[in-house]
Design a protein around this ligand. Structure first.
Ligand SMILES: Nc1ncnc2c1ncn2[C@@H]1O[C@H](COP(=O)(O)OP(=O)(O)OP(=O)(O)O)[C@@H](O)[C@H]1O
Ligand SMILES: [Mg+2]
Length: 182
């Protein structure tokens, strides 16, 4: 009797595990397809806060887009999403027909995604935890309809940790810019 219970529990756990694996594999495929449409990816990061990451990311995105390149700017700073403020972007992000998020156009060839525009009110406190916090780059690439881009630029939170760097490393970024001004 006890043996039967043990086996059925194990089977349930196994099926959850394989469902999770299948979901991750499906997300990997979407990420691969999305990244194949993006020529170069930049990640702006620093161990410290307030050193100019957001300024560098926003200026780089503006400069490249003004030269005619199509640029995506992704703000993954969950606790202090400053990109909408620095660019003066207002309004909430919309979902497309397939349920992915449509980036917000800043100009003809610069599009932006920020958690600040997801919350609606940029001053509202949002608590992010669990899988989204750990896998925000994966979510923001797979869940956003970026389309064809010359450059994707990421503005990272201060003290970008192992989990974000692991995700970034797997996605084969061409450049990472470290902003360390005092
Ligand atoms: N090159 C610079 N020279 C002088 N001041 C700067 C420079 N770059 C940014 N600043 C100022 O420093 C402050 C912090 O800049 P910014 O928000 O870009 O930093 P951050 O690293 O993104 O901060 P956080 O870690 O909080 O996200 C801002 O007030 C900004 O105007
Ligand atoms: Mg910042």
């Amino acid at each position: 009797m006890a043996k039967t219970v043990h086996i059925s529990k194990k089977k349930k756990g196994d099926s959850h595990l394989s469902e999770r694996k299948a979901a991750r594999a499906a997300q990997d495929l979407i990420i691969k397809n999305s990244l194949s449409l993006i020529r170069d990816k930049f990640m702006v990061m620093s161990g410290k806060g307030g050193v100019g990451k957001t300024s560098v990311a926003a200026n780089l995105a503006m400069a490249l887009s003004k030269q005619g390149a199509s640029v995506g700017l992704m703000d993954v700073d969950l606790h202090g999403p400053d990109i909408p403020r620095i660019l003066g972007l207002k309004g909430v992000l919309e979902a497309s027909v397939d349920g992915r998020i449509k980036p917000k156009p800043y100009s003809d060839n610069l599009e932006v995604v920020s958690v600040g525009s997801m919350a609606g009110d940029p001053d509202k406190a949002v608590i992010w935890r669990g899988p989204l916090k750990l896998q925000v780059i994966r979510q923001f690439i797979s869940g956003v309809q970026w389309g064809k881009l010359d450059y994707l630029i990421i503005d990272s939170p201060p003290g970008t940790g192992d989990e974000l760097l692991n995700d970034a490393a797997k996605m084969k970024w061409k450049f990472s810019l470290s902003s360390n001004m005092p």
